[in-house]
Design a protein around this ligand. Structure first.
Ligand code: NDP
Length: 334
C-alpha cells in the first residue's frame, strides 16, 4: 500500500514511517506539511520520494492508496474530508477532530465513499491490553467490579508545544489522553460509559489548557471506572488495574507507545506473572488496516471508535467545567 502522510509530525517520523515499511509492499510516497521547509526536511530524513505543501497535489496522485493524518487536531477534519473525497482510505490520529460533529461527518463521509476509515488508538494493538482483555472475557477475574486507568505521565520536553498552550489546535490532556483511556476501557469491557463526573486542573505545564484530569465513569454493567490523566507527573508509572470478584489484574507501564510493561494476575491461588505478545503496536495498527482495506476484517479501531472516545472525553471536559455529572451523549445512531 502506498501512503501519503499529512503532517510532518513526531509520531509520523518516530513510529508510523517504520510501521508502514514493516508491511509487505508498504511505502510512504508523500509527506505533506504546512511548511515547505519542514516537508523537505521530513522527506530527506525519512527517505520519502515526494514532499510538498499541497494536499490536493498528493491526493491527485493515483498511486496513493491511503492517507495517514497526524497534523494538529484542528486540521484533521478538513484533511480527512479531502482524502475521502479523493477516494483514499484514511488512518486518522486521535482525537479525530476538535468537534464531535466534525468527527461524525468524517466517519459518515468515509462510509458513503466506501473507503476504510480507522482511528489510531494504538493501545488496542498492545499485546498487554489484549492479554488483559482475554483474562476479562474468559471470566478469570469473575465479574469486573472496577477498573482504574493511570495515564498520568510527564509530557516529554520535545512535545511541549501546542498540547500545552493552544486550545484551538486541540491542546490539553483531555483531548490527548482521556480519549486513549476511553478507548482502552471500551476495548477491555466492551461497553460504553453512561455518565461521568470529573475535575481538571492546571498543575505546572498547561497555559490556557488543563494538564491534569481525574474522572469517574458509570458503566451499564455497574462496573466503576476511574480515569487519571496528566502531563506533569515525572515519577508516576502508567498502567491499569482491573478488579473482579475472583481476581485482580495489575498492569504496570502498559499505556505506552512501546510494547512494554508487566502484568500480574492476583487470585486466591496467589500472584502469577502474565506473559504477552511484545510485537510493535503501530505495526499491528498498520497490519489490521491493510486487512480492512483487503476486506478481511475491520480496523483495530474504527472511525466510530474514534467518535465514541471523543464523545466520552468531551463529557469529561463538560463535567469538569460545570461540576455536574454528565450523561454521555452518543447520538450517532448506534
Ligand atoms: P507534533 O507537534 O510533532 O506535530 C504536529 C504538527 O506540528 C506537525 O504536523 C507539523 O505541522 C507541526 N510541527 C512539527 N514540528 C514543528 C516545528 N519544529 N515547528 C513548527 N511546527 C512543527 O505532534 P505529535 O506527533 O505529537 O502529534 C500529532 C498528532 O498525532 C496529534 O493529533 C496527536 O494527538 C497524535 N498522536 C497520537 C499518538 C498515538 O499513539 N496514537 C501519539 C502521539 C501523537 P506540519 O505538518 O504543517 O509541518
Amino acid at each position: 500500500m502506498n501512503w501519503a502522510f499529512v503532517g510532518a509530525s513526531t509520531i509520523a517520523g518516530q513510529y508510523l514511517v517504520p510501521a508502514v515499511r514493516a508491511q509487505a509492499g508498504g511505502t510512504v510516497r508523500w509527506v505533506v506539511s504546512g511548511s515547505s521547509d519542514r516537508a523537505a526536511e521530513f522527506s530527506r530524513t525519512h527517505g520519502i520520494a515526494q514532499s510538498g505543501t499541497s494536499l490536493a497535489v498528493a491526493l491527485a496522485d493515483p498511486g496513493v492508496d491511503a492517507v495517514y493524518i497526524s497534523s494538529t487536531n484542528e486540521k484533521h477534519h478538513a484533511q480527512a474530508m479531502a482524502a475521502i473525497a479523493a477516494g483514499k482510505h484514511v488512518l486518522c490520529e486521535k482525537p479525530l477532530a476538535t468537534r464531535i460533529a466534525d468527527a461524525l461527518a468524517m466517519v459518515r463521509a468515509a462510509e458513503q465513499a466506501g473507503v476504510v476509515f480507522a482511528t489510531n488508538h494504538h493501545l488496542r494493538n498492545a499485546g498487554s491490553l489484549r492479554a488483559v482483555r482475554k483474562l476479562i472475557v474468559s471470566g478469570t477475574v469473575g465479574k469486573v467490579l472496577s477498573l482504574r486507568v493511570f495515564h498520568a505521565v510527564e509530557l516529554p520536553v520535545h512535545l511541549r508545544g501546542w498540547r500545552l498552550d493552544n486550545p484551538e489546535a486541540g491542546g490539553g490532556v483531555i483531548a490527548d489522553l482521556t480519549v486513549h483511556n476511553a478507548d482502552c476501557v471500551r476495548f477491555l469491557l466492551g461497553e460504553d460509559p453512561v455518565s461521568v463526573v470529573a475535575q481538571m486542573d492546571t498543575t505546572g505545564l498547561g497555559q490556557g489548557v488543563e494538564d491534569s484530569a481525574m474522572s469517574v465513569w458509570a458503566m451499564p454493567s455497574g462496573t466503576m471506572i476511574f480515569s487519571h490523566e496528566s502531563f506533569t507527573h515525572p515519577f508516576a508509572a502508567s498502567g491499569l488495574e482491573v478488579h473482579g470478584t475472583r481476581g485482580s489484574i495489575l498492569a504496570r507501564g502498559v499505556l505506552s507507545q512501546e510494547p512494554q510493561g508487566e502484568i500480574d494476575l492476583v487470585t486466591a491461588a496467589g500472584t502469577t506473572r502474565v506473559e504477552f505478545d511484545r510485537a510493535g503496536l503501530y505495526q499491528g495498527v498498520l497490519r489490521d488496516f491493510g486487512a480492512a482495506v483487503a476486506g478481511r476484517s475491520a480496523p483495530a479501531a474504527t472511525g466510530h471508535d474514534g467518535v465514541r472516545s471523543l464523545q466520552i472525553a468531551e463529557a469529561v471536559r463538560q463535567a469538569a467545567l460545570t461540576g455536574q455529572r454528565q450523561t454521555v451523549r452518543y447520538g450517532d445512531g448506534r
